[in-house]
Design a protein around this ligand. Structure first.
Ligand code: SF4
Length: 385
């Protein structure tokens, strides 16, 4: 039997649907040309706009939710009932272009809804050994020939201009695998970010591991990028040791020290970290870690685990909405108290929010410092208890 869920605020209903989709996935019964497989961090997703909200969802053959074609667009259905309209799933136009030496633009960068994204160095010193992060797929897309190993600043600048002009990209998110060099790859990804910003004028976030010397953060800042992502992935030390041994060795306190230094340079809200839910972590430890991060001006971008085909955690199920929602609510409250939100992030994953419902939940509280436009009231079908 299906229970209809109606919440007093429209934002809450759509947030509930999105949390369910990010847990249960979406059966694709039509064409979805905006998808991503592999890459750094938690990946494997269809990318779509649900009632005007950017969302990434894992494809699934067993989900009760399906994406169907309909006159003039697409919709999300459950038990034959339409729950939401979907748009923006057409193939980006810049994907059909190539560089002068024949490299397809889509092998250089992808459009994640309205954010241009690229892994500028598609290799990581943790990949393929006992340090490999369990949730990561950085080597998978390279092995599949979907991307190239190293993108140059010039390539990225060229693609960014096209993505902005042809497809309306509003920012750029550049990440990199970790390097053994003292800067851990931060300076190269920042150089790429500088080139994108100068050529296309887009706000840019660059993502890297904590450099050995904090002065590297000054060099990154000096290159003019707008925001940085330095991703701890889990605040639970036992989980970090198990799923990301290289990051565990870096040390949780090193992340805090690096964030504190970065906030002094970039400003509050412009430093973010992924926090992945559903890897066996203690929720209280996770919430306390998020609170400590927010208290120093860091945006903890809380996301559900997205099992990536071919990754070490491919068989670990995504967490349920019943698990993620209370954590979103706690962290959203911390963010609201501190005056942080998607808009203060300026660029990158925390600005985009498509992989999380954190900003939707924060807006539901009525205390967002900014964010996407208001959403219509929507009734959704909820899976049976
Ligand atoms: S540090 Fe971990 S998540 Fe990042 S690219 Fe390397 S293996 Fe992937």
């Amino acid at each position: 039997m299906t229970e209809l869920l109606s919440r007093p605020a429209g934002t809450g209903a759509i947030a509930a649907l999105i949390m369910d989709l990010q847990s249960l996935g979406l059966r694709i019964e039509t064409r979805l040309e905006t998808s991503r497989t592999g890459g750094a961090g938690p990946t494997d997703s269809g990318m779509l706009w649900i009632e005007g909200v950017p969302v990434t969802v894992p494809p699934s053959t067993t989900s009760p939710y399906s994406l169907r074609a309909e006159d003039g667009g697409q919709g999300i259905y459950r038990d034959g009932v339409k729950l939401a309209s979907v748009g923006g799933t057409a193939r980006p136009r810049f994907y059909d272009l190539t560089t002068a030496d024949g490299i397809p633009y889509h092998q250089i960068a992808l459009l994640h809804l309205d954010s241009l994204a690229s892994t500028v160095v598609q290799a990581c010193n943790y990949w393929g050994n006992s340090d490999q992060c369990g949730f990561c797929g950085i080597g998978i897309s390279l092995a599949a020939g979907a991307t190239i190993a190293r993108k140059t600043p010039e390539m990225l600048a060229e693609v960014a201009v096209a993505a902005k002009e042809l497809d309306g990209a509003v920012d750029a998110t550049l990440t990199t695998g970790s390097s053994v060099a003292p800067d851990r790859g931060a300076l190269y990804v920042a150089k790429c970010g500088q080139a994108v910003k100068e050529a296309a004028g887009l706000p840019v976030e660059v993502q890297f591991e904590p450099p050995r010397q904090l002065s590297t953060i000054d060099e990154v800042h000096g290159m003019g990028v707008d925001a940085v992502g330095i991703h701890i992935e889990s605040f639970d030390p036992a989980v970090l040791a198990r799923v990301a041994p290289g990051k565990f060795r870096t040390g949780i306190e090193t992340y805090f020290r690096t964030w504190e230094y970065a906030v002094e340079r970039f400003g509050e809200g412009r430093v973010s970290t992924y926090v992945i839910l559903g890897m066996g972590e203690d929720p209280e430890v996770t919430i306390a870690g998020c609170k400590r991060a927010v208290d120093m001006g860091v945006y903890p971008f809380v996301v559900p685990l997205r099992p990536v085909a071919g990754s070490l955690m491919a068989d670990v199920p995504a967490p349920s909405r019943e698990y993620t929602e209370p954590i979103y609510r706690k962290v959203a409250g911390f963010l609201a108290d501190r005056g942080l939100g998607a808009d203060t992030a300026v660029a990158g994953c925390a600005r985009c929010q498509a992989c999380s419902s954190l900003n939707l939940v924060q807006r539901e509280t009525g205390r967002p410092p900014g964010g996407r436009p208001e959403l219509p009231l929507l009734q959704i079908a909820r899976r049976p208890a």
